[in-house]
Design a protein around this ligand. Structure first.
Ligand code: APR
Ligand code: PHB
Length: 388
């Protein structure tokens, strides 16, 4: 097989890149390790920056998003069981869209299918070759047969555990990492969301978050030790703990029910620099991870795709230097999101060695945010997404 861009990974990054390249007349092939059903069974975050919404519009994959998504003009933060609101619309003129990442992925698959895009599922043993030269290629095994894709460029869209970043020789890449000493226990339940807007809560017992998917599907999280056995968290134990950490009025009206999904995830910040090695470009989770606290993971993948697809279009249009700008441009925006999600994580969670002093500092940080229009504007700018 021969293509212009061989894309490793059929998650949101790879699908969005493939679709935008197609609309610009650039050919690509996606190699995905898992089945489509497996990819679509992963439950991920659900907050889109408006820039991400516009990317999906550009990709002609935003029809259902506009029908079924929920635009939000603000968010609630809470400390000491009392909430205050940050009004994005009033402060920055911007809003966010609540729409599950699984749905985004489904819509992108539909768009690729409608355009006749090539996605090879269950591609095993993907290996990258000739990254330093002018004619890279990728090999993989499907149904016991080895296949080869010759291409101009490779886009590593294969997530944190993928083969792309691992194919860059040691010494050619720097990695920055922070692992947070706690996890999030996430629950999905068929209950009406407790609030019309998201609630991020700081509490001496630990962080809590109320989110949603639709009028009858709630997504809640509480901070827990990352090695807690999941069996310890019965539904009753979860709801009791969640209520303790929320603003009082939210705790009182919380509708509870059976969980339909329950899992504990670790929190980390990670960046690999540069995001290019020869003819390989890293995109999305392959190059960086953020803790979910700022809801930036998918949104950063979208901004990487923005920069890379523009650079590829410019390259094929004759601008031979365009691709050199990809990594520095993407990284500048990524570090802003790394900083913001680190700040939200640090301000809202209880750390294991945190004493009363640190708790008071967090509470005064949040009190400042509650009372200062300047601080709220800064928060709103970051949460709704910095410009591309
Ligand atoms: N060969 C082929 N495909 C692979 C390989 C491999 N060696 N390794 C991983 N993959 C596939 C995975 O199965 C997955 O479907 O690459 C895809 C990567 O998808 P994601 O992990 O979702 O990453 P990405 O597309 O960058 O999506 C952005 O940001 O913070 C997150 O939750 C957010 O998942 C979202 C991500
Ligand atoms: C979610 O809806 O799953 C969600 C929302 C906001 C976050 C993280 C997760 O910061």
């Amino acid at each position: 097989m021969r293509t212009q861009v061989c894309i490793i990974g059929g998650g949101p990054s790879g699908l969005l890149l493939s679709q935008l390249l197609h609309l610009a007349g650039i050919d690509s092939v996606i190699l995905e390790r898992h089945t489509r059903d497996h990819v679509l069974s992963r439950i991920r975050a659900g907050v889109l920056e408006w820039g991400t919404v516009e990317m999906l519009e550009k990709a002609q994959a935003a029809r259902r998003l506009h029908e079924e998504g929920f635009p939000h003009d603000g968010v609630l933060l809470s400390a000491q069981n009392r909430a205050f609101r940050i009004d994005f619309k009033a402060l920055t003129g911007k809003r966010i869209m609540v729409y599950g990442q699984t749905e985004v992925t489904q819509d992108l698959y539909d768009a690729r299918d409608a355009a006749g895009g090539t996605i090879v599922h269950e591609a095993q043993g993907v290996a990258l070759h000739g990254l330093d030269g002018d004619a890279p290629h990728v090999t993989y095994v499907k149904d016991g047969t080895e296949h080869r894709v010759d291409c101009d460029f490779i886009a590593g869209c294969d997530g944190y555990h993928g083969v792309s970043r691992a194919s860059i020789p040691e010494g050619k890449i720097r990695q920055f990492e922070r692992i947070y000493p706690f996890g999030w226990l996430g629950v999905l339940s068929r209950t009406p969301p407790v609030s019309d807007e998201l609630i991020y809560a700081n509490h001496p017992r630990g962080f809590a978050l109320c989110s949603m998917r639709n009028e009858n599907l709630s997504r809640y999280y509480i901070q827990v030790p990352v090695d807690d056995p999941i069996g310890k968290w019965t539904d009753t134990a979860f709801w009791d703990e969640l209520r303790r950490r929320l603003p009082n009025e939210a705790a009182e009206r919380m509708a509870t029910g059976a969980s339909i999904e329950k899992a504990i995830v670790p929190l980390r910040s990670f960046v690999a620099e540069p995001m290019r090695h020869g003819r390989l470009f890293l995109v999305g989770d392959a190059a960086h991870i953020v803790p979910p606290t700022g809801a930036k993971g998918l949104n950063l993948a979208a901004s990487d795709v923005h920069y890379l697809h523009e650079a590829l279009v410019a390259h094929y249009g004759g601008d031979r230097l365009a691709l050199d700008h990809y990594s520095p441009r993407a990284l500048a925006r990524i570090w802003q999101a790394i900083r913001f999600s680190w700040w939200m994580t640090t301000t809202l969670h209880r750390f294991p060695d945190q004493g009363e002093f640190a708790q008071r500092i967090q509470e005064s940080e949040l009190a400042h945010l509650a009372n200062s229009a300047t601080a709220q504007t800064e928060f709103a700018e970051n949460y709704t997404g910095l410009p591309y």
